[in-house]
Design a protein around this ligand. Structure first.
Ligand SMILES: NC(=O)c1ccc[n+]([C@@H]2O[C@H](COP(=O)([O-])OP(=O)(O)OC[C@H]3O[C@@H](n4cnc5c(N)ncnc54)[C@H](O)[C@@H]3O)[C@@H](O)[C@H]2O)c1
Length: 274
């Protein structure tokens, strides 16, 4: 989709971090913005900032809530016109390790990181197909959707988003709808803090030693992310990816060698002579 000006973009998790970076990049190109998020204060701040540049509507929405999602989509399109750019970006970092996981942790992580994307696709793709106009979908996965090692639940959700996006791209191509999957490496956002503060996040009963270890790990992870790519730069990469209809949007080379090793292991597993 080369021309962004005047198009309406719907961005989940659009109030902070990467979603806000994407919103800023599209605003600079003259797109109208619909931002949804669970954090109403952050939505208010994003709206105040971005409405200096373009038309902005914001909605408090938990992407797990299918009925609310449909209502918000109707209301948003009534106000700003048909959505032709959908960014399924809302996500959380956590879950629980293999020794502490419960169904509640699986449901929570998969509910937001995978079902949130499915709900966006199911809400908007039928509308996009019916309208027969150019459209583009960006699903935020992660480098953790291409190689394992970040955490079982998070990896599972993000691998699923990569697979969903690859399949969706093939299915939507005949309709003139592009699909990209954003697989960032470390990005300097507050995802860890936002995840820990998420209302109703399933808790884990930890021993004092485990609490200490978990605090150390969180500090290391947080420091690591703070040195990552700035979210506004990721926004610019997403904009360029949408314009060029790129399937994969990666933000650095951090996982390059791991992708090579994984791909080699898969190719090596193919029986000789077949
Ligand atoms: N920061 C990184 O290093 C990094 C790396 C790879 C992938 N990602 C992915 O990028 C996406 C954005 O993450 P970020 O780093 O910008 O984090 P962030 O916490 O800064 O932004 C995420 C936003 O999503 C919102 N959100 C979370 N759950 C929601 C829900 N159920 N419904 C609606 N909104 C919800 C949050 O309130 C927040 O404003 C996520 O999918 C994340 O997994 C981030």
């Amino acid at each position: 989709m080369e021309r962004i000006e005047g198009k309406t973009a719907f961005i989940t998790g659009g109030a902070r971090g990467i979603g806000l970076g994407i919103a800023r990049a599209f605003a600079r190109e003259g797109a109208k913005l619909i931002l949804v998020d669970i954090d109403e204060a952050a939505l208010k701040a994003a709206r105040a900032e971005l409405s200096e540049r373009t038309s902005v509507e914001t909605f408090a929405l938990d992407v797990r809530d299918r009925e609310a999602y449909a209502r918000v989509a109707d209301e948003a399109e009534a106000r700003l016109g048909p959505v032709s750019i959908l960014c399924n970006n809302a996500g959380v970092a956590g879950g629980a390790g293999v020794t502490h996981m419960t169904y509640a942790h699986w449901d929570w992580v998969m509910g937001i990181n995978l079902n949130g994307v499915i709900n966006g696709v199911q809400t908007f793709v039928p509308r996009m197909i019916k309208r027969k106009t150019a459209a583009h979908i960006v699903n935020t996965a992660s480098g953790a959707g291409l190689v394992a090692g970040v955490g079982l639940l998070y990896n599972t959700s993000k691998f699923a988003v990569v697979g969903l996006s690859e399949a969706l791209r093939g299915e939507l191509e005949p309709f003139g709808i592009g699909v990209s999957v954003l697989c960032p490496g470390p990005v300097a956002t507050s995802i860890l803090q936002n995840t820990l503060a998420f209302p109703g996040r399933p808790q884990i009963a930890l021993t004092p030693e485990e609490v200490e270890m978990s605090e150390k790990t969180n500090k290391l992870f947080s420091d690591y992310l703070s040195k990552g790519v700035p979210p506004d730069e990721v926004g610019r990469m997403v904009l360029a990816g949408v314009k060029a209809n790129r399937l994969y949007i990666l933000t650095d080379r951090v996982i390059g060698s791991f992708i090579t090793a994984r791909t080699k292991a898969i190719l090596d597993a193919i029986p000789a002579g077949s």
